[in-house]
Write a protein that binds this ligand. Structure first.
Ligand code: FAD
Length: 509
């Protein structure tokens, strides 16, 4: 009988869990090793101490889950999400009045979905638990790996009795393939670097983040209009602030999880005042309306009580070694959160990785006695070749989108381009025109192609604009020149000696 492959997945976050599901569906023996204890265990530290509570899920993530062969997963996703059809921009007019302005994400009405990170992760673990070929190893920290001998070592933390210090022991594990989904500070990536000439780039941007909550409506009077939400649940709310930004994403219970993104220096200034008296006036000045949604005492308590966390952007290449290791998700391409694509891209990695593994497995089945490791080595090499340019592209887009979210959303040029592109997409669909946001969030086109197409569209718009505005201006200029030829000629001769010498001057290198 053919020997089953043993796949070990490091990290039981959303990306590792989905990778385990894909591997288990293929009949391999799957083991999942996770540093933390079981997320579903009530004594486990909640994720929101280190991770954002809710996320924007979009087409790429949904598509990857759609192909996981588990309809229950998609049912959960569709049942436990809130559609957000656009950004709601909050501001204050010159006369002091507050305003809200909805900017729809998509001319066809498509939405991104707000989802609870913990809920999604738990659902994935529940489904995996029912699979006979999957075994979990919680509280196992990857501490070493030999990718030539296919061996890994884990530190296991055990608490033997009450009031006892946890004791660590080491276990050794064999594997055919290790999938590293152990997040931005990946141990798999660290060990991979010893085996392959990995190019690696890590940047901390000068922005920290901290979470706040808008509570649901509480009193009967508050809960009028049958809504438990204080602001529209179908938007991602943004208070743009040029140098900083405050956002709010809806949760099922009527609350909103809000995030303050601001430079480290500003955090230091606000931290310097222990009683927090600077915080409410800061919010009132820069994020109009927030102080009526979050009482001052709660703003201060959240700012001082919740962690202030950095944002990292990582690019590396390759994403694999031989036939024995591959990294996916944040381990391969942690990105800043401003395109809402980090997890989506990680889930998409899984779909693409297994598509390529399957393709090579099918090709090699055609040749009798095919060596599975050799087939996998070819597949992993192809995976790196395909995925690295896309990972780099979405990393860059995410960095650029910070400027868009905190400042460009207010700019007339940004709005004009959005309007033109959406009009072209809607009224001339044969042109295949789409906004960059729609391509990233509502499609599955490669990220690198999205960038190329968006640049092409930008160039076409500029040419069109020059055509529309530039041609009449040029024609007007020629008309004036012909009409007042003598006067122009005299003027130019005075300046340049002769028209010929002026032409020469203009064409000189
Ligand atoms: P992680 O979620 O980091 O999981 C890694 C797992 O590996 C963890 O469980 C960890 O305990 C475990 N681990 C680590 N080291 C070891 C070890 N040595 N041994 C064993 N296990 C280990 N993405 C979106 O798509 N949409 C959004 O709207 C969005 N918003 C965000 C907002 C903020 C503020 C931030 C910071 C990120 C946001 N992201 C968003 C990004 C998203 O959170 C990440 O891309 C996603 O969590 C990555 O998933 P992952 O499974 O790759 O890694």
């Amino acid at each position: 009988m053919e020997k089953k492959q043993k796949i070990i997945v490091i990290g039981a976050g959303p990306v590792g869990s989905l990778a385990a599901l894909y591997a288990a569906n293929r009949g391999d023996d799957v083991e999942i090793y996770e540093l933390r204890s079981d997320l579903r265990d009530p004594s486990t530290t909640p994720l929101n101490f280190t991770k954002s509570i809710n996320l924007a899920l979009s087409e790429r993530g949904i598509n990857a889950m759609r192909h996981a062969g588990q309809p229950r997963l998609i049912e959960h996703v569709m049942g436990a999400t809130i559609p957000m059809r656009g950004r709601m921009i909050h501001g204050r007019r010159a006369n002091g009045d507050l305003y809200e302005e909805s900017q729809e994400y998509d001319v066809y009405g498509r939405s991104i979905l707000a989802i609870d990170r913990g809920g999604l992760n738990k659902r994935l673990l529940d489904i995996l638990e029912e699979m006979p070929n999957v075994t979990f190893f919680f509280s196992h920290k990857l501490s070493g790996a030999d990718f030539r001998k296919n061996k890994a070592w884990f530190e296991v933390r055990e608490i033997k009795g009450a009031n006892q210090e946890p004791r660590a022991r080491e276990v050794e594990v064999d594997f055919d393939l290790m999938i590293g989904a152990d997040g931005a500070h990946s141990a798999v990536r660290y060990h991979l670097m010893k085996y392959t000439r990995m190019d690696y780039q890590q940047v901390y941007i000068d922005t920290m983040w901290c979470e706040f909550q808008i509570q649901p409506k509480t009193t009967a009077a508050d809960a009028s209009l049958n809504s438990k939400f204080l602001i529209s649940p179908n938007h991602l709310h943004i208070w743009p602030g040029k140098e900083f930004m405050f956002i709010a994403i809806p949760s099922d219970d009527g609350s909103f999880t809000c995030t303050l993104f601001a430079p480290a220096g500003l955090y230091e200034q606000l931290e310097s005042d222990p009683i927090g008296s600077l915080i409410p006036p800061f919010f009132d000045k820069h994020f109009p309306g927030v102080t009526s949604l979050i009482p001052s005492a709660e703003l201060i308590a959240s700012f001082h009580g919740n962690p202030h966390l950095p944002l990292i952007s990582i690019k590396c290449k390759p994403h694999h070694y031989g036939s024995s290791a591959v990294i996916v998700g944040d381990a391969a391409h942690a990105m800043v959160p401003f395109y809402g694509q980090g997890m989506n891209a990680g889930l998409e990695d899984v779909r693409i990785l297994f598509d390529i593994l399957d393709k090579h497995a099918r090709m090699d089945e055609l040749s009798a006695g095919a060596d599975k490791a050799a087939s996998r080595e070819r597949a992993l090499a192809e995976y790196t070749a395909v995925r690295v340019p896309d990972a780099h592209a979405i990393n860059d887009l995410a960095l650029q989108n910070y400027v868009e979210m905190r400042a460009s959303v207010l700019s007339p040029v940004y709005r004009l381009r959005k309007f033109l592109e959406e009009a072209l997409s809607k009224y001339l669909p044969s042109l295949g025109w789409q906004t960059k946001y729609a391509r990233v969030s509502f499609g599955n086109e490669r990220y690198s192609e999205v960038v190329a197409r968006s640049e092409h569209q930008g160039n076409m718009l500029v040419r069109g604009f020059v055509g529309l505005v530039g041609v009449p201006v040029l024609a007007g200029g020629i008309f004036l020149m012909l009409r007042y030829k003598r006067a122009v000629d005299v003027g130019l001769r005075a300046a340049f000696g002769s028209v010929d010498s002026m032409v020469e001057l203009m064409t000189m290198n």
